[in-house]
Design a protein around this ligand. Structure first.
Ligand SMILES: [Zn+2]
Length: 297
């Protein structure tokens, strides 16, 4: 993994690089210690708070070395006591793919903590998702997705973590009809695909904003029952960086929603999320709110 934390703020994930490690630890004891006759660099895992060891990985076909952090199964004096129990449920040590069909489940206390975290950060979850997919979701779609996410008992899935909530939220909801969705400026690929390939849908402009709407023949909307569906598939976790994950966004035009297996693919894009940035943003907001309460409330 490419993330670590330090004793003064063990929950706050820091993206790992030579300079961020140096700045955060001063390369001083207890982060740097001699073990088995060798100088070793340690830090904390921001998720399970177990010690991690910094290593260099040789990147294939190049001479460049990449720094990464790996969990160790022993205590590091002055830094952290090793806990096997916490290690086993750590999403950075044992990342799980999101799996609609079931898969591993979180222990109850972890699921309850995730649910609390989601409720405190629902706006940031949706904001991160919208920016990554380049679509602004109208309130009705947000509400449908929240309903689906709750009905799927999403917080119990071992694949759902504080690092991937925006993608998990997309993945563990059902197909959404896209009429009325706003297309952001960074999503012109989808706008072009709708214009070029859709039979019943088009992109319309209101001022500088662009929306997905149903085509009209004169004043009459075409084929009223057809749907343009947005859905998410194929959750992938990078082996080297479990904090960075992707899902595939798919947009299909479905002539008859009673027969959703008949459709035409309009657009497909891999959507990636930097989980460290997401989690740091949530924690930063929590710090601001608590400062505001302390000084003003
Ligand atoms: Zn961990």
């Amino acid at each position: 993994m490419n993330v670590f934390s330090v004793l003064s703020d063990p929950d706050n994930p820091i993206s790992l690089s030579e300079s961020s490690y140096h700045k955060a630890t001063q390369r001083a004891h207890p982060y740097v210690q001699i073990r088995d006759g060798e100088t070793k660099c340690y830090a904390l895992c921001p998720s399970c708070k177990n010690p991690v060891h910094l290593r260099n990985r040789i990147v294939k076909n190049t001479v460049a070395k990449t720094l990464y952090a790996a969990h160790v199964a022993f205590s590091v004096a002055g830094l952290a006591e090793y806990s096997q129990e916490r290690y086993q449920i750590c999403p950075l040590a044992n990342p799980q793919r999101l799996d609609r069909a079931g898969g591993k489940k979180h222990p109850g206390a972890v699921a309850a903590d995730l649910k609390r975290f989601f409720l405190e950060n629902a706006d940031l979850v949706i904001d991160f998702l919208e920016k990554r997919i380049g679509l602004a979701l109208p309130d009705y779609a947000r509400e449908n997705m929240l309903k689906d996410f709750g009905a799927n008992r999403a917080f119990e899935y071992a694949g759902v973590t504080k690092y991937n909530l925006p993608l998990a939220f997309a993945y563990l909801t059902e197909a959404q009809a896209m009429t009325g969705f706003e297309i952001m400026k960074n999503q012109q690929g989808l706008a072009a695909a709708i214009t070029g390939k859709c039979q019943d849908f088009e992109v319309t402009s209101r001022g500088v904003r662009q929306y997905i709407s149903r085509k009209k023949t004169g004043e009459v909307p075409t084929s009223r029952s057809s749907k343009l569906y947005l859905s998410f598939h194929d959750h992938e976790i990078s082996k080297e960086q479990p904090e960075k994950q992707t899902v595939t966004m798919v947009v299909n035009e479905t002539p008859d929603p009673k027969m959703p297996d008949v459709y035409r693919e309009i657009y497909r894009q891999s959507i990636s999320l930097d989980g460290v940035l997401f989690l740091r943003t949530c924690l930063r907001r929590a710090r601001l709110l608590s400062m505001a309460k302390a000084h003003i409330g």
